[in-house]
Write a protein that binds this ligand. Structure first.
Ligand code: SIN
Length: 325
């Protein structure tokens, strides 16, 4: 039986053009999905692909305006008995955020794979074709179901929750934390490290019509209580602190955040480090703070937005969600 996959295209470097094989500058989101599918048609991929253009933009411009139609199209594809899996093409800069948002809001019943490229389509050494062929390999494998949304970059398969972009250049730009990767893939082979981990078939959250405002406060030397108040807007419903080390901050900043937590603004402590595991400390209870665990600030923000939209405001309940319980 032919495997049928739906490709939802949003732009990025995977669809980018430089106009020269060696130029540094290029335009992301230039190749339309029909053109792209024609280009990959020559690879002899073992799947029938149908494409939909959701957007064709640089992923720095991606946010709720794109997430809503993308999510709706992914849900429709998952509901379609004739579709075995979904591939989302995306710019790499915010790929981890879109992947995590979809992970929280889609069922894990069929494979959903997000893929990008670090070099534009006409560059020497374009990685997009290989990454795309790898994504087809993963999305065609029934074993990819039950693992939530997956990200395929540089011959590796990452879980959406773990993956983050760590380099501005080069094709090995993504890493996973705390799980480095969950599989290895080439266009011809796929090896999983372990069994599927999502036993729930439903989505953890319904994607709300609008996402509450959550600010990320980036801690640095000299960041104090004044810095906190300067960055706190009246519409802010929650705060993620990109703290130093294990989600730390200066005492004056901490006191200012405790004041906000007392007023009912949830405060999540994450780390500004690449591999920042932030565990709960004894003072978190008294401060009314939440520990982000292994989620980086930008993903902690998305989870907090989902929880707030769902009516979860209590720090203990928010902590349970960050603990994965
Ligand atoms: C983007 O994120 O859209 C541009 C950068 C990239 O895709 O690598």
């Amino acid at each position: 039986m032919t495997t049928r996959l739906t490709v939802l295209a949003t732009g990025g470097t995977i669809a980018g053009i430089a106009g020269s094989a060696i130029a540094h500058d290029y335009r992301a989101g230039e190749i339309g999905i029909e053109d792209y599918l024609e280009r990959v048609g020559g690879l002899g991929l073992a799947a029938e692909l149908s494409g939909t253009q959701i957007a064709n933009i640089d992923s720095a411009d991606i946010g709720p305006d794109v997430w809503h139609p993308l999510h709706a199209a992914a849900l429709a594809a998952l509901d379609d008995a004739g579709c075995q899996g979904v591939i989302v093409t995306h710019g790499t800069d915010t790929l981890e955020e879109t992947a995590f948002l979809l992970d929280l809001t889609l069922p894990a019943t069929k494979p959903v794979v997000v893929v990008g490229a670090m070099r534009p389509a006409d560059a020497v050494g374009y990685d997009g074709l290989r990454n795309f062929a790898n994504a087809v390999r993963v999305a065609s494998d029934p074993q990819a179901a039950g693992r939530g949304v997956l990200v395929v970059m540089g011959d590796r398969v990452f879980a959406a929750r773990d993956v983050h972009k760590v380099r501005t250049r080069g094709t090995e730009a993504f890493r996973g934390f705390p799980r480095e990767s969950v599989g290895l893939v080439t266009p011809a082979s796929l090896e999983w490290f372990g069994a599927p981990w999502r036993s729930d078939s439903g989505a953890a959250f319904t994607l709300p019509d609008s996402l509450p405002e959550v600010a990320i406060l980036y801690v640095h030397a000299g960041f104090d209580g004044v810095s906190v108040h300067r960055q706190f807007a009246p519409e802010t419903r929650g705060i993620v602190v990109a703290g130093v080390g294990e989600g730390n901050m200066a005492e004056h900043a901490r006191s200012a955040l405790v004041e906000l937590a007392v007023q009912g603004i949830p405060v999540v402590r994450a780390s500004r480090l690449d591999e920042g595991l932030v565990d709960r400390e004894p003072e978190d209870e008294a401060n009314g703070f939440v520990a982000a665990r292994a989620l980086n600030p930008q993903k902690a923000r998305i989870l907090l937005q989902m929880l707030l939209a769902d009516g979860t405001n209590d720090p203990a309940a928010i902590q349970r969600a960050f603990d994965g319980r």
